[in-house]
Design a protein. Structure first.
Length: 314
């Protein structure tokens, strides 16, 4: 189920909000109301803004408790939207999206666009997390948790716990998974989009953060260690993985994966994986486990994985 029309964080420009018409992003944008953020948290994952080729920064930031409280109050006040009755006469409801939406008239200016937001796993299945805007769910392997106190709205999950970054004294996480809609990019080939994004993904994760700090002392070198077609949620996609070495710390593995959405206008979805290297980082096998477990919301049977051939990808 996709969110209702409204203003959401722009995946291509997270400092703005963009109008979602219930099916696809429009070109209407606006500046969001300011939100307070606390100290930096997370090994920078930098979800690509409007699409590959752009990023929003590295390590996840801890969201101020006041912002969390405001979201909670908004959710309580808003409740659920009654969408009508189904054929059996029973009311159908939809939970409001996590991101606050505007209640005024339709957009008339040129503001920013929304990014997919992760939701807490449902009580029915605590092992899943939903990306409502892109209409998919992610499995939560052992050692992974839904995002908490992370500034980026498009972070789907993180490894449990934090550690002091080796260079700038900030707080990092050993692993992050980000999901975002690709917009503001005329390219539609998953292969081309993944290859366009991988350098930004590496820079956002291990080079500089949003305020210009270098939590790992910067990237020293990188090499492509894997790439190829991949089936995701029953769709043909493509992935590129780099091994990144940093001035301080063990560096890590960064992967950009792109596949068509199963909802709306079928805009490409970009999923970034950021895994610290070394014994403290998550096992690389988790990239495959997560990829194979991605499903369209409400469809538990449609999976995929590297090597699952379901057609051409470019």
């Amino acid at each position: 189920m996709t969110p209702p029309p409204g203003w959401y964080r722009d995946p291509s420009a997270p400092h703005q909000e963009r109008w979602w018409d219930g099916t696809a992003w429009t070109e209407h944008r606006r500046a969001p109301e300011p939100v307070g953020y606390g100290p930096a948290v997370g090994p920078a994952v930098g979800a690509p803004g409007p699409g590959p080729g752009t990023g929003t920064g590295g390590r996840g930031k801890a969201v101020a408790l006041t912002a969390a409280a405001a979201v909670l109050v908004a959710a309580i006040v808003t409740g659920v939207f009654v969408l009508g009755e189904d054929d059996g006469g029973s009311p159908r409801t939809r939970t409001p999206p996590v991101i606050e939406t505007a209640t005024g008239p339709a957009p008339v200016s040129d503001p920013p666009s929304p990014s997919p937001t992760a939701s807490e796993p449902s009580a029915d299945d605590p092992s899943l997390v939903e990306d409502q805007l892109n209409g998919i769910t992610f499995p939560l392997p052992d050692g992974w948790v839904p995002p908490k106190y992370v500034a980026e709205d498009d972070v789907m999950m993180t490894t449990d716990g934090t550690y002091d970054c080796p260079a700038d004294g900030g707080v990092c996480r050993h692993g992050l998974v980000v999901s975002r809609t690709v917009t503001a990019n005329a390219e539609s080939s998953p292969k081309a989009l993944a290859r366009q994004d991988i350098e930004d993904a590496a820079d956002d994760a291990y080079d500089r953060d949003l305020v210009g700090n270098k939590p790992f002392g910067g990237i020293v070198s990188h090499e492509e260690v894997a790439s190829g077609p991949v089936a995701v949620a029953g769709r043909a996609g493509y992935y590129v993985r780099w091994r990144v070495r940093t001035a301080e710390g063990p560096g890590g593995h960064v992967q950009s994966m792109v596949f068509p959405s199963t909802v709306g206008t079928e805009s490409p979805i970009l999923v970034r994986y950021v895994f610290d290297a070394g014994e403290d980082g998550p096992p690389l096998a988790d990239m495959g486990r997560i990829t194979k477990g991605i499903r369209p919301i409400g469809d538990a049977d449609t999976g995929g994985g590297v090597g699952s051939g379901i057609g051409p990808t470019d």
